[in-house]
Ligand binder design. Structure first.
Ligand code: SF4
Ligand code: SF4
Length: 108
């Protein structure tokens, strides 16, 4: 499930440099996330880095684009072929939002 930015975005740009995958760009009306590059921060952070810094909490899960933790980890490996990642079993609440009940979007 990639993350999407809603039309509540105020175009502050704070999220863009926080994405470990370079998935966020300034769109025509609002900032946008490329779904092929969004791993929901799996492999890097225990929650969506964009949502963590967003002042209006408009980076939310895209219910129409669901992906498993395994798929997202594999996507991260493909985006960063020269980096090493934990195995699926080694992911923790600090490297996967699937294991972090305290993240901002936990109730969405
Ligand atoms: S959830 Fe993570 S990987 Fe996806 S756009 Fe936000 S910062 Fe980037
Ligand atoms: S941090 Fe939030 S409000 Fe700012 S550009 Fe990103 S999505 Fe938009």
């Amino acid at each position: 499930m990639a993350t999407i930015i809603t039309d509540e975005c105020i175009n502050c740009g704070v999220c863009e440099p926080e994405c470990p995958n370079g998935a966020i760009t300034e769109g025509e009306d609002f900032y946008e996330i490329a779904p092929d590059l969004c791993t929901e921060c799996v492999g890097f952070h225990g929650e969506e880095a964009c949502q963590e810094v967003c002042p209006v909490d408009c980076c939310i899960p895209d219910e129409d684009n669901r992906e498993t933790e395994e798929d997202l980890l594999e996507k991260a490996k493909k985006i960063h072929p020269d980096d090493s990642f934990p195995s699926l079993d080694e992911l923790t609440n600090e490297t996967s939002l699937f294991r972090n009940p305290d993240r901002k979007n936990a109730n969405l």
